[in-house]
Design a protein around this ligand. Structure first.
Ligand SMILES: [Zn+2]
Length: 293
């Protein structure tokens, strides 16, 4: 059975593992990412993590045929160049080339939200659907669009739905968009509003803090409105919420409760693969890439 190495890179952590063509995940591991330490540090971390995982697979006699990477965008999908992600210190880093030089295997790079949707389309909530939207809620908000079974890439590497400007607001995301979904409903947005970590905000909310609850409720309301707008624009068959912050049950529940549009209510659902969507999707990306070679 073919196996590939999959890496799901984020602004605060990365996940790595070996993925089989059947969708089994082996030797998976998570590591914290301290993006503020800079570009060189991050590249070193990614390369070291990949080589030690390849060594581990080798000692267990698992042959790895390719590497798949999901990274925050915007990125040049064809060339595998990471352009200027707001939540990573990389500027025009040719990641695909750099990893290929290290591992001597085919390497495939895609946007992290695209990978999450690819994973959900393979084994999760978008399985069997041709047209889907997925938002990944975390430090930022990733957004992927699948039409007729194909992930949309465009010039920025993904549909970047989290940066759609749906509201006239003063708040800006790290890319400077005022009123985009990321500026109002992401982890960064909640932290800025509460002046505390999202983890702490959710803890306080659970403990009955009214201010924390109001901040989370407001973020969830904007997100629900944004999802309604995306649904009106694309009319996908399914709309999926994933990413680390969707694991905060109160937040996910508030978003779903706030959806008023009955059509969207029917098709909105949580990711089924949990935090493994991105990892499995990066694996699937590599497996599909190998098939095309
Ligand atoms: Zn934005």
């Amino acid at each position: 059975m073919p196996h590939v190495l999959a890496l799901d890179l984020g602004g605060t952590k990365l996940a790595i593992g070996v993925v089989s063509s059947e969708g089994d995940v082996l030797f998976d591991e998570k590591k914290p990412v301290e993006a503020r330490k800079g570009s060189e540090y991050l590249l070193e971390l990614v390369l070291q993590t990949i080589s030690s995982k390849l060594d581990q697979a080798r000692t267990k006699d698992v042959a790895i045929l390719a590497v798949g990477v999901g990274s925050p965008g915007p990125l040049d999908y064809g060339k595998g160049i990471i352009l200027e992600p707001p939540n990573l210190p990389w500027r025009k880093v040719p990641l695909k080339q750099i990893i290929s030089d290290l591992v001597d295997l085919p390497v495939f790079v895609d946007n992290d939200a695209n990978c999450a949707l690819t994973g959900e389309a393979w084994l999760g909530a978008a399985r069997g659907f041709q047209d889907a939207i997925m938002l990944t809620l975390g430090t930022g908000i990733g957004g992927a669009l699948m039409q007729e079974g194909k992930i949309y890439h465009g010039e920025l590497g993904s549909a970047e739905l989290g940066h759609r400007i749906f509201f006239r607001k003063e708040q800006a995301c790290n890319m400077g968009h005022r009123g985009c979904l990321e500026s109002l409903s992401s982890g960064i947005a909640i932290e800025r509003e509460a002046k505390e970590s999202t983890k702490r905000v959710f803890e306080k909310m659970r403990a009955g803090d009214q201010n924390a609850a109001a901040i989370v409720r407001r973020a969830a309301e904007f997100l629900a409105r944004g999802l309604e707008k995306l649904n009106e624009e694309y009319h996908p068959q399914v709309v999926i919420l994933g990413g680390g912050m969707s694991g905060e049950k109160e937040y996910a529940d508030l978003i779903l409760e706030n959806i008023k549009d009955t059509e969207l209510k029917r098709k909105a659902r949580m990711a089924q693969l949990g935090e493994k969507s991105g990892l499995l999707g990066a694996g699937r990306l590599a497996l599909l890439g190998l098939n095309r070679m």
